[in-house]
Design a protein around this ligand. Structure first.
Ligand SMILES: Nc1ncnc2c1ncn2[C@@H]1O[C@H](COP(=O)(O)OP(=O)(O)O)[C@@H](O)[C@H]1O
Ligand SMILES: Cc1cn([C@H]2C[C@H](O)[C@@H](COP(=O)(O)O)O2)c(=O)[nH]c1=O
Length: 196
């Protein structure tokens, strides 16, 4: 960056926080969470083995609007697919700015996705895609009313890698939806790794 002249303001950085690794799964947590979610132990056992190829993990990409969250999510999806993982992408049906059923960045990159009003709706309508997926990418996460429950089940019970992109806050600088509720899940795995 060049030097600033007197009175010139430092350009504001727009950080996108990548938080990972998160929620690497310990079996006793899985059991506790399955019980809390009301699953029987045999359902839980079956679910735990549906995805033996991956260990459950939750990664967060959070920041303000226009920060590059969707770009980071798309890059992650591309990287995972290049590694041979089956990835499904989901966005909130509320996000119709650029396309009804594609993830689209502000500078025009895009890919197909499922649009849903809730993550339970996605699971109900795309049950086979959910089962087959090894990784799940969620964009506009702040709009999903059942984000926390879905992420816990997908990562901890079903051993999926879940990558979540969402707003770190609303225009009032207050929490937005359940995005920030995912941050403490990292504590299950150990220390947070933050990078900008
Ligand atoms: N008004 C704009 N028009 C076109 N591109 C933009 C605009 N604002 C930001 N960008 C570019 O879009 C990208 C970020 O978009 P995106 O990943 O969709 O952000 P976010 O998901 O955080 O809102 C960056 O490359 C940025 O330079
Ligand atoms: C800050 C803020 C944002 N929104 C809406 C506006 C957009 O639909 C999304 C954010 O999209 P982006 O990909 O991060 O650019 O959230 C809102 O409804 N309320 C707010 O306070």
């Amino acid at each position: 960056m060049g030097s600033l002249t007197p009175g010139e303001r430092v350009p504001r950085r727009r950080p996108v926080w990548h938080i990972r690794p998160a929620a690497q799964i310990a079996r006793h947590h899985t059991q506790l969470l399955c019980t809390a979610a009301g699953s029987s132990s045999s359902e839980a056992a079956t679910a735990r083995h549906t995805n033996s190829a991956t260990a459950g993990q939750l990664d967060l990409i959070i920041g303000p609007m226009f920060a590059g969250k969707t770009s980071a999510l798309l890059k992650r999806v591309n990287d995972l697919e290049a590694q041979g993982l089956t990835v499904v992408a989901i966005k909130s049906a509320k996000d119709t700015r650029y396309h009804a059923s594609r993830l689209v960045t502000h500078d025009g990159q895009s890919r197909e996705c499922f649009a849903a009003s809730s993550l339970a709706e996605f699971k109900e309508h795309q049950a086979s895609e959910y089962r087959a997926s090894q990784a799940i990418a969620i964009d506009e996460a702040q709009f999903f009313p059942d984000l926390l429950e879905f992420c816990l089940e997908a990562a901890e019970r079903d051993n999926k890698l879940v990558v979540v992109a969402g707003l770190s806050g609303d225009f009032r600088r207050k929490r937005f939806g359940e995005v920030l509720d995912l941050v403490p899940l990292d504590a299950i795995a150990g220390p947070l790794a933050l990078s900008v």
